[in-house]
Design a protein around this ligand. Structure first.
Ligand code: OAD
Length: 246
């Protein structure tokens, strides 16, 4: 597939990229809605809500411990789509922002630095009382304790569960409002507020591009949509945008 973008400019392009689970699929991480709506054999209500954590904390700890171990196992590595976005950031510098719904660290491992994890991170845990976050590569359980409180409190996965407010929303909206180009990659458009970024960016004047395996829920909102595997279409998109902005 050839990707041509209808943007010619002689000024530095401001680009905001949103990624979802589809960009990490070819690295071996399961997406959320591919498997009859089950995430690694669990319904989302069993592992991704505050109610689930209250009802069965051991299951929730085990679930995220397993996801973290898998991510850090050495079998899961950034793919060509992650690498292409790192190249795009090298080219655009601070005019580039990567917003990800993903809780993996594959964008960082590919080399991206200007990145906001709106749904949290597997390699972070937080105090249930203060919300202070701590980096971890290790398992946590009921007995793990923070170092920010006296007496020390329990820790929980630093994941934004359903019913909780995503991180960095003010900064994301500010950057979307001034973006020339908004690109949505590997996301089904089922979960808000991320699913609404396209309408917001478009209203603010951005040229909006979808790159996904199949049309997402909001596909018709985009100015251009290219469908295929992320490793193919993201690399082609980055080459096309390099041509447009040179
Ligand atoms: P989904 O599983 O809903 O959607 C993944 C999308 O990626 C689908 O549209 C697939 O068609 C597409 N896809 C699959 N393989 C691909 C590939 N190789 N190349 C390109 N696209 C591919 O995942 P998200 O949209 O990321 O939230 O889900 C959004 C949020 O819902 C997640 O962050 C998570 C979840 O519940 C929380 O945990 C709070």
């Amino acid at each position: 597939m050839k990707i041509d973008l209808n943007i010619e400019t002689n000024k530095a392009l401001k680009v905001v990229v949103l990624t979802g689970a589809g960009i990490s699929a070819e690295s071996g991480l399961k997406t959320f809605r591919d498997n009859n709506g089950l995430w690694e054999n669990h319904r989302v209500e069993e592992v991704a809500t505050p109610e689930a954590f209250s009802a069965d904390p051991d299951l929730v700890y085990r679930f995220y411990n397993t996801r973290r171990q898998q991510l850090l196992s050495g079998d899961v590595k950034p793919n060509a789509a992650h690498a292409a976005l790192a190249q795009l950031e090298d080219m655009l510098g601070d005019n580039f922002l990567l917003v990800t719904q993903n809780v993996d660290n594959l964008h960082e491992r590919a080399g991206n630095k200007n990145i906001l994890h709106m749904h949290g991170e597997l390699t972070s845990v937080k105090c249930v009382s203060s919300g202070v976050a701590f980096h971890t590569d290790s398992d946590i359980d009921m007995h793990s304790r923070c170092t920010c409180c006296t007496p020390a409190n329990r820790l929980r996965p630093d994941i934004v569960w359903f019913g909780e407010i995503p991180y960095h929303m003010t900064e994301i909206e500010n950057r979307l409002a001034e973006a020339d180009v908004f690109v949505s990659i590997g996301t089904s458009g089922n979960v808000y507020p991320a699913a609404g970024f396209v309408q917001f960016a478009k209203r603010c004047g951005a040229y909006c591009v979808e790159l996904n395996l199949e049309p997402s829920n909001g596909s018709h909102e985009f100015d251009a949509a290219f469908h295929g595997r992320a490793t193919d279409i993201v690399t082609k998109f980055v080459s096309a945008i390099s041509r447009s902005s040179s």
